[in-house]
Design a protein around this ligand. Structure first.
Ligand code: UDP
Length: 341
């Protein structure tokens, strides 16, 4: 197959490119390098089956080039992540995550692609009421990142319905692994903690650290995308999770080191935990990397975070000020949300 991976130089995208190449497919990687990195794809570029298209999903010409000559599978992972910048610049998030997705869909229609798989976000569920959380759960985005990723999913499923596009969506739960981002905005916990560990600083644990996340290892996520492309599932959204959920305190225990506590953040659930019954039944997909194994892989690659920004309570307070200002009233919502059981 000729596979196009948008966001292919990013954290998850580069692992997916690698997997598809190993399976013998031709891979086109489209990336604007806003958060993607050359180093993520450096080894892939030696493979003659890999080609890089430097371009933006907001730009028609870039997309036309990437689709030129035909594409069989499209994996749409290009998008903007992170909560704070999405609150500060909602227009940009809309342009990239919504309009960009529309552009990819339209180009895919014109190209008559065989499959399109969209990378959606578990943050669409907001404060879930049920754990593990099934796909039918209410959608309740708490900030523009979550909203725009969900709008992208709605577009994908609508295109499947109206235009018979062979498209589906995967709702990813807390993906972690090697090559996760080491620069830029205050974001995912692993990058923050690994840089703190390298600098001998305490881990900035939010709240009491008893909140849990469904941490899903990136190579398992890449295999879910691959399985989705090979399947005939159309017009559906499936959860991709580890089958478990781990507390931040457990993560700290595995990483080892001191703790400093920082305030609980508004708009955040106490638990994310995917119900993976559907993906198991429909794609025969199951995760293979345990949390202990995944954390071990991160620790083995810890030098990759040597240049990552070092976050400390004061810089975190500053970086998250807009977040607290805009979402600060959510304590009520949080305290009425269901508990993990
Ligand atoms: N977290 C933390 N300290 C940090 C950053 C995050 O304890 O400096 C916690 C956070 O409260 C959440 C978990 O780590 O429970 C995962 O956070 P992340 O931002 O990676 O993902 P999300 O909250 O979007 O699921």
């Amino acid at each position: 197959m000729i596979a196009l991976v948008t966001g292919g130089a990013g954290f998850i995208g580069s692992h997916l490119c690698e997997r598809l190449l190993t399976a013998g497919h031709q891979v086109r990687c489209l990336d604007n390098f806003s958060t993607g990195r050359q180093s993520n794809i450096a080894t892939l570029q030696n493979n003659p089956a890999f080609s890089l298209f430097e371009g933006d999903i907001r730009d028609a010409e870039s997309l036309e080039e990437a689709f030129n000559g035909g594409v069989d599978w499209v994996f749409h992972l290009a998008g903007l992540a992170d909560i704070v910048p999405s609150i500060e610049s909602p227009e940009t998030y809309f342009e990239v995550n919504v309009q960009g997705t529309l552009n990819v869909l339209q180009q895919s229609r014109r190209a008559g692609v065989k499959r399109l798989v969209y990378a959606a976000s578990s943050s669409s569920y907001g404060f879930p009421e049920k754990f593990p959380t099934p796909e039918e759960s209410p959608i309740d985005p708490q900030y523009p990142y979550a909203l725009t990723k969900y709008m992208g999913e709605e577009l994908v499923l609508h295109w499947a319905k109206v235009y018979n596009m062979p498209a589906m969506s995967l709702r990813l739960f807390n993906v972690y692994g090697t090559r996760s981002r080491t620069t830029g905005a205050y974001g995912a916990v692993f990058g923050v903690f690994l840089a703190q560990k390298l600098n001998g600083k305490p881990y900035t644990v939010v709240g009491d650290g008893e909140q849990t996340r469904d941490f899903t290892y990136v190579t398992d996520v890449a295999s879910a995308f691959h399985a989705a492309a090979e399947s005939g599932i159309v017009g559906e959204a499936l959860n991709v999770g580890s089958g478990d959920h781990q507390s931040i305190n457990r993560l700290v225990q595995l990483l080892g080191g001191e703790i400093t506590y920082i305030p609980k953040r508004p708009g955040e659930p106490d638990c994310t935990f995917a119900d993976t019954t559907k993906i198991l039944a429909k794609l025969d997909w199951r995760p293979t990397i345990s949390f202990e194994e995944g954390v071990g892989k991160m620790l083995a690659a810890i030098e990759d975070w040597r240049d990552a920004p070092l976050w400390e309570p004061a810089s975190i307070a500053k970086a998250t000020k807009t977040w607290f200002d805009c979402l600060g009233d959510d304590e009520q919502a949080q305290s009425t949300a269901g508990d993990a059981s």
